[in-house]
Ligand binder design. Structure first.
Ligand code: SIN
Length: 296
């Protein structure tokens, strides 16, 4: 009789609001279903999980990510994947084909991945292959806690609102060529998602807004702006954040249904920062709105 492999994982909390490092498991050694279930449950509890000192190939990164769901092939961002691996988005300041990297400013405002699409990301797994000597951290905030801490009255108002996500508000948009931006806004027209969503696995309610929201559907931009600003400020208060300082070999996994994140640009651009991200598809959500859906 073969004894069942014992799952002894250690969870070390990284911040008050969210984030935990998982030790005691080798994720490169084809974890069992039981171990994947245990990781998923820690992930839902802490929203962001970190594994250190991972050495693996692009194929192993993809294989591990697949254990948590179907992978996005990043068609929303053509030509930004690692050549030969559509499932791996390359986030880097290293020039590509002699031109500045199109992803050199990716993630530089608070957001949840692929919120500007009709199938926003469930999870993301970002692996660091090159980190600057200082800076280039990533911050995460807890959107479930942000929702819980709102007054019941405002929570009630938000239940009726759909937030319109606009690709033009993606931080890196202004670093793109006009042609590339036109192509991407064409692929990703404005889309409205409920401002509060229910996590389809854990049942947790969380705010779903970001700095990429242009307005609430049916409201004017002027009416929407103070509320968007307030909600972003409320969600990103210091006490609601985990800030990660990268080391090569770190794998950070976040749940886009309960977390917003922000990549900081505070590092020397003479140094290289290179990350590979898999994106696990979430449920279909929202409806497309016309560019002019904001009331005048
Ligand atoms: C992202 O927004 O997915 C990238 C985050 C980072 O580069 O830190």
């Amino acid at each position: 009789q073969i004894a069942a492999k014992l799952v002894i994982m250690e969870t070390i909390r990284l911040a008050h609001a969210l984030g935990a490092e998982i030790r005691g498991i080798d994720i490169t050694a084809n974890p069992s279903e039981r171990e994947i279930k245990a990781i998923r449950s820690i992930w839902h509890k802490h929203h962001v999980i970190v594994f250190r000192d991972i050495k693996w190939s692009p194929a192993a990164h993809i294989a591990f990510s697949r254990r948590f769901g179907d992978l996005d092939d990043h068609k929303a961002l053509p030509n930004e994947s690692l050549p030969g691996y559509p499932e791996l988005l390359e986030v880097t300041n290293i020039p590509k084909d002699g031109k500045p990297s199109p992803t050199r400013a990716t993630g530089r405002n608070w957001h949840s991945d692929f919120s500007y699409t009709s199938q926003p990301a469930a999870y993301s797994m970002l692996y660091c292959t090159k980190a600057p000597s200082v800076g280039g951290d990533t911050m995460f905030c807890n959107m479930a806690q942000a929702y819980n801490e709102l007054s019941p009255k405002l929570r009630g108002i938000l239940e009726d609102l759909h937030a319109v996500f606009d690709f033009n508000l993606v931080a890196g948009a202004r670093y793109r060529t006009a042609n590339n931006l036109a192509e991407l806004t064409n692929i990703n027209p404005p889309i409205a998602h409920p401002a509060v969503r229910t996590h389809d696995e854990s049942g947790v309610r969380a705010l779903y807004i970001s700095e990429r929201v242009s307005h609430f559907d049916g409201m004017t931009k002027a009416e929407s702006a103070p509320l968007i600003q307030y909600l972003c400020m409320h969600a990103t208060r210091h006490e609601n954040i985990y800030r990660h300082t990268w080391r090569v070999g770190d794998l950070i996994c976040w749940d886009n249904r309960t977390v917003m994140h922000l990549a900081l640009g505070d590092f020397s651009h003479s140094e290289q920062r290179h990350m590979l991200r898999t994106t696990i598809k979430g449920a279909r959500s929202g409806y497309q709105v016309s560019k002019y859906s904001a009331r005048e």
